[in-house]
Design a protein around this ligand. Structure first.
Ligand code: ADP
Length: 492
């Protein structure tokens, strides 16, 4: 199986969220299963870590964007710990910036041109490098035009037209929708500005292009696959998704156990596994408390939340209950970056609770690891959550997740009901309603469980001993790739 994975970000080259974790880990897991995988990403030059080498291939591509031909250059690297070739699409005007999609919370005005260019440049690189492909795996709106460009601009003679396409929705709310005035940038026939193709409420949408034209669709959990077919979470695309329901499947993300495993992580204070968590975690907790300038106490429950400061992640619920929560004998550490009003509200909250709450308003992977290892409880009261990785990282670190029953959280966290505790399957605390009362109850339950050391330890063990690695999910993707490739062969 020859597969190209295409994404706008991938660990360790550039990351703003879970998409990068997936795009960095899935190709390696697929390779372990015997697939030949190539990864395509834009060259976000300013985010390249110093230890990685990227070399020019000498290959130049030209892409028509509106009336002009835009030139780019293809660079090459390797995914660390694998033989996966990574091709980085370099275009300095578009990608040599201090943000991937936006600056200070405002989207770049030329995102349509930037990602239309990226989509066509990837197909040109595949053609010119003559990479044999059975399937192109596209991810999120930034890659949504690839299946369409493939159909419109390539034939079996001129390029990779006989390739199957899979489009994965990592978050349906981000649609890459632009006004009609920018449609001409795409180099596509005007007939495609139509409700059965790209048109969406008077604009056109990259995401919709992916949903309409890809051979098959996935999203990152079975529950989210069902939820997006409803008006509540369908973001206006639920009708289309219901129409394509036979081609839509949910595959839960795995976690990269080379990166997110407390037994091997270099940046945490002590390495530990399920057998040594009782010794290792207190050391990590003490280190986190020092780092966060909180009193160094082992007996106090240390709660944490990490994530984009966006309503999706349930920050409003957390902020609503935080004063009450912080009147109790608890500590809370928060790491996040995003909408400025959350920065202000969290800062004010921290000022009211010195010695109990520490807010880090930054993006720091090191700190994210230290928090996962040092905290006792991870809060994820998301309003919706396609898969969620942080609850999986928490489970792997013996940090008990408190989550709302939605999307991938519903598929991965098993509530600590008496029955589930007795069965040894409980690994966290789950609540249903997206309101402060429900979160308050869940926190009350969590703190009671924390004081019952034996039950708490059973929750930790259930999380840590489960297999959250990519292998199972990668196998599901591979089966699907094979299925799609067979269908495409028959079609051709
Ligand atoms: P999403 O992709 O919706 O942002 P996920 O839970 O799937 O949410 O993945 C988020 C990823 O981004 C995790 O790896 C998390 O640790 C990381 N992350 C989010 N915010 C920060 C931050 N401020 N600093 C470091 N890592 C962060």
């Amino acid at each position: 199986m020859n597969v190209a994975v295409v994404a706008a970000e991938a660990v360790p080259f550039a990351k703003t969220g879970g998409l990068a974790d997936v795009a960095g880990a899935l190709p390696r897991a697929l390779e372990r299963l015997g697939a030949r995988v190539t990864l395509f990403i834009p060259f976000h030059r300013r985010f390249l870590p110093a230890h990685l080498t990227v070399e020019p291939t000498g290959l130049h591509v030209q892409v028509p964007i509106g009336g002009s031909l835009v030139e780019g250059e293809i660079h090459r690297s390797r995914l660390p710990g694998s033989n996966v070739d990574v091709y980085l699409v370099d275009q300095r005007d578009y990608f040599d910036r201090d943000g991937l999609y936006q600056r200070q919370g405002v989207d770049f005005r030329d995102n349509c041109a930037r990602f239309a260019f990226f989509n066509r440049a990837v197909l040109e690189a595949v053609r010119l490098l003559d990479i044999p492909l059975d399937l192109i795996h596209c991810n999120d709106w930034q890659t949504g035009l690839i299946p369409l460009y493939l159909k419109e601009h390539y034939s079996t003679q001129t390029g990779p037209a006989a390739t199957g396409t899979l489009f994965t929705i990592h978050n349906l709310a981000y649609q890459g929708a632009f006004p009609y005035e920018q449609f001409a940038l795409l180099g596509l026939d005007d007939r495609l500005f139509h409700w059965e193709a790209l048109e969406f409420h008077g604009r056109f949408s990259f995401l919709k292009a992916g949903l309409v034209f890809a051979d098959t669709l996935t999203t990152v959990s079975p529950t989210y696959a069902r939820e997006i077919q409803t008006p509540e979470l369908g973001c206006g695309l639920d009708g289309l998704l219901r129409h394509r329901r036979d081609d839509l499947r949910g595959i839960v993300n795995g976690i990269d156990s080379a990166v997110w495993r407390p037994a091997v992580e270099p940046m945490i204070a002590a390495n530990y596994d399920a057998a040594t968590v009782a010794v290792g975690k207190p050391l990590c907790k003490a280190h986190l408390q020092r780092r966060a300038s909180l009193p160094e106490r082992d007996d106090v429950p240390l709660l944490a939340q990490i994530g984009r400061l966006d309503p999706q992640k349930g920050w409003d619920l957390l902020i609503e209950v935080a004063d009450e929560l912080l009147c109790r004998d608890v500590q809370l550490v928060v790491l996040g970056q995003g909408q400025p009003h959350y920065h202000e509200r969290l800062d004010r909250l921290a000022a009211r609770h010195p010695g109990k709450l520490r807010v880090f308003l930054e993006f720091s992977s090191t700190l994210a690891h230290q928090i996962e290892a040092g905290a006792d409880v991870f809060l994820m009261p998301s309003l919706y959550e396609p898969c969620g990785l942080n609850q999986l990282y928490s489970l792997a670190h013996g940090t008990v997740p408190v989550v709302r029953r939605t999307g991938g959280l519903a598929d991965t966290v098993v509530d600590a009901t008496p029955d589930n505790i007795a069965a040894g399957t409980a690994n966290g605390v789950v609540f249903d309603d997206p309101n402060a009362d429900a979160l308050r109850d869940a926190l009350q339950r969590t703190l009671s469980l924390y004081n019952d050391r034996q039950t708490w330890s059973s929750l930790i063990q259930a999380g840590m001993r489960a297999d959250w690695s990519w292998d199972r999910s990668a196998r599901e993707y591979l089966n699907l790739y094979q299925h799609v490739a067979r269908r495409v062969q028959v079609r051709e």
